[in-house]
Design a protein around this ligand. Structure first.
Ligand code: 3H9
Length: 694
């Protein structure tokens, strides 16, 4: 069996190498291996110093997250780090690639740290609903000061080698062979008098008065409802109040509390779900993807411009086709303005902005995009228009080029059918604003080839997006579910609620905004057009709320007209409840014969979320999503479902499918068919299973 940790002696230095691919996670075997080998090197009279390094692509990705929730196996990571720190021989960590979480706490327990230029350190525990639990909150403030440590721990963001050097996290950056350099460094340390300095013994400098109070105010603003950031700051503050060992004990208790919380379970679920989404059973990892060296985007509206920006940002040349020269000019000007805004906000450097804009070229003749490796059409959501464009593209574009449609609802098969290359036609549903939102639903048509899917999934990764493969149906996965969720919200208005009440319930659940506030941001005319298109096929006996249509007929399209579900003052995005809207709602209730009643918040939450979950179950049953966790990823990255709830399907499992099922049955008795549980949900509930068991 391969050793998870390897050992060799060179020039009187014990070299301990983590060797647990892919990321040297610190599972039980690795922890035991490190502890044993440090003891062995300590006891060996021929060894003067120790080097700790990682094999493969990185030093270490941290604790093995898959072990959380399992019975603990000793030694714990804090115990291993204690063995390292108390070793009388100098221990030098040699870092390359990532050193994250426990994989950074381990070097913090070493006496010295040297790094390759590629190294990045981080304590990303907070993004998993955790706090660093192996001394990170106690050692980092001692090493770099409380203020800097709060920045690193609460952001969870990586610190590059050069910054790590200037912050005092690493002692040296070395070019050339890292282990050779670490051995030379360790021998020089061994020559020094006295025991090596331990980070635990460093003094903590008091921060500015009010520092922690300000930090807590920021958490209240930015991390609403989350436990981990509060525990992080409490634990860091303990460094200014408690001796090291006591602070460490408290840190452990806070870490365990987080680890067992539903919030961390949800966030850990999303970590794995995001990676799982990349795995497609009939498109194996070794499916050869086509090289994408040039992209064309059709349409320079909001979506087209956003997509072009993220393509260019990934370093790929992109041509935007817009047949009307004026529209093109305006679109390109918007792109320039948006990039300049990113520079102002510190998101983009001046040089990166220039590089990005340099890769974008506007064209007005379709012949100018004939050589593109992939064309992403992003015109108005109109099937006939899209078909016309695809028929033209098929004749103009080189054979083998992929033709993608950025649609949020339309049938990819119908679009593919007008071409002679249906296997190279695919849907790419970007979310608005496309340069910011991380989700892309990748829509597979009946004939889309494995190679086309592999290519577009790889392109999404290159654009730093999370691509999730879905099947073709009206609205695909996300919008189909969203439709059911908002429809329920509208019915609640007819029966007695007001937009502000519904929005508050959803906001309190953890979404950034409720459905009505979202509608006002997105523009009510967009969904109005979709409803008009669907009107012909809508069954006559289906319940339909006319409130949104009435608002649109009054020209209330949301924030852009300063009036929608709410009113908006000039220059402000703060929604204000509007008596005009209330009149419309009350009028519709009367027309439809509803006797308005007080609706409690639990009913609002149940009706909005359980219909969403029920539709998700139907989608799974129809095979339109590969797995329930893909639906969770779609909702977290595309619709702002609170990450600490793990997505709608994970949330349903946490609540218990039996509870969801019984509530739906109860609602179906009162409100009819809309709530009838899907056969899949019913089966799982009756078998006492969850979506996770599928
Ligand atoms: C912690 O350390 C707690 C301590 O404070 C206290 C302890 C007492 N565990 O992302 P990739 C898997 S909490 C288990 O595609 P990349 C991953 O699932 C931890 N598995 O590669 C995937 O598996 P598969 C703090 C892990 O190169 C494979 O490795 N650490 C772990 O794009 C490749 O991953 C973090 O939060 C793990 N820790 O990125 C870091 N990490 O192939 C979490 C990865 O079966 N990890 N896997 O799908 C990352 O940020 C990225 O994975 C990393 C590599 C940057 C390391």
């Amino acid at each position: 069996m391969r050793d998870l940790v390897e050992y060799a002696t060179r020039d009187g230095v014990g070299v301990i190498t983590l060797n647990n691919p892919p990321v040297n996670a610190l599972g039980a075997g690795v922890r035991q291996g490190v502890a044993d080998l440090v003891e062995r090197a300590r006891a060996d009279g021929g060894v003067q110093a120790i080097v700790l390094t990682g094999a493969g692509r990185c030093f270490c990705g941290g604790a093995d997250i898959r072990e959380f929730g399992q019975p603990p196996i000793p030694p714990s990571l804090p115990e291993v780090i204690d063995i390292i720190e108390s070793c009388p021989k100098p221990v030098v960590a040699a870092l390359h690639g990532v050193a994250y979480g426990g994989g950074f706490e381990l070097p913090l327990g070493c006496h010295f740290r040297i790094a390759a230029p590629s190294a990045r350190v981080a304590l990303p525990e907070v993004t998993l609903g955790l706090i660093p639990g192996a001394g990170g909150t106690q050692r980092l403030p001692r090493l770099i000061g409380v203020e800097a440590a709060v920045g690193v721990i609460l952001s969870g963001k990586p610190v590059a080698a050069t910054s790590a050097l200037s912050m005092g996290i690493v002692d040296e950056i070395v070019d050339g062979d890292l282990v050779d350099a670490a051995i030379a460094f360790a021998l020089a340390c061994a020559d020094k008098e006295g025991p090596p300095t331990r980070v635990r013994d460093l003094e903590v400098a008091e921060p500015e008065p009010g520092f922690f109070e300000d930090g807590r105010k920021k958490i209240a603003r930015r991390a609403r409802g989350l436990i981990a950031p509060w525990h992080c700051i409490e634990s860091i503050e303990n460094t200014t109040k408690l001796p090291f060992d006591e602070g460490l004990k408290k840190e452990r208790a806070l870490f365990l509390e987080c680890r067992e919380s539903e919030q961390s379970k949800g966030q850990r679920h999303i970590f794995f779900a995001e990676r799982e989404a990349a795995k497609i059973p009939d498109v194996p990892r070794d499916t050869p993807a086509l090289a994408i060296q040039s992209v064309a985007v059709i349409g320079c509206g909001t979506m087209g411009a956003g997509i072009a920006m993220c393509v260019a940002d990934a370093g790929i040349p992109v041509r935007i086709l817009e047949t009307d020269a004026d529209v093109l000019e305006k679109g390109l000007a918007r792109i320039t303005k948006s990039c300049e805004g990113s520079v102002k906000r510190g998101r983009l450097s001046e040089a990166d902005k220039d590089a990005c804009l340099g890769l974008i070229q506007g064209v007005t003749d379709i012949a100018d995009i004939k050589d593109a490796d992939i064309v992403i059409e992003a015109v108005f959501e109109d099937l006939d228009l899209k078909k016309e464009i695809f028929a033209k593209l098929d004749t103009v574009c080189r054979p083998g080029a992929i033709l993608a449609t950025n649609t949020s609802t339309l049938d990819v098969n119908e679009i593919a059918a007008v071409t002679n290359r249906a296997e190279q036609v695919i849907g790419t549903h970007f979310f608005s604003p496309a340069d910011i939102m991380r989700l892309v639903e990748i829509v597979r048509g009946a004939e889309t080839s494995a190679q086309t899917i592999a290519t577009v999934m790889a392109m999404a990764r290159r654009l730093k997006k999370v691509g999730v493969l879905v099947g073709t149906c009206d609205g695909f996965v996300g919008n189909r579910m969203y439709h059911h969720y908002t429809r329920q919200a509208h019915f609640l208005l007819e029966e007695g609620a007001l937009p502000s009440q519904v929005d508050k319930v959803i906001y309190d659940f953890g979404f950034a905004m409720g459905p009505f506030a979202v509608g006002d941001v997105a523009g009510l005319d967009v969904s109005w057009r979709i409803r008009q298109r669907r009107a012909e096929t809508r069954p006559a006996d289906e319940r339909y709320s006319p409130i949104a249509d009435r608002l649109c007929e009054m020209g209330r399209f949301g924030q852009k007209t300063r009036a929608g579900w709410y009113a908006y003052e000039d220059g402000s995005r703060a929604p204000i409840a509007d008596a005009v809207v209330e009149d419309v709602i009350l009028g519709v209730s009367k027309e439809l014969g509803f006797d308005r009643r007080a609706i409690d918040n639990d009913e609002i939450q149940e009706r909005c979320l359980y219909t969403l979950i029920n539709e998700g179950a139907k989608i799974l049953d129809e095979g339109l999503a590969l797995r329930s966790s893909d639906i969770d990823v779609i909702w977290i990255y595309g619709y702002g479902f609170p990450a600490h709830r793990g997505g709608p399907m994970f949330y349903a499992d946490q609540v218990g499918l039996k509870t969801v099922y019984e509530a739906l049955c109860r609602l179906a008795e009162v409100h009819g068919d809309l709530f009838v549980p899907s056969p899949l949900l019913e089966r799982l509930a009756l078998e006492a299973k969850g979506f996770k068991d599928l």
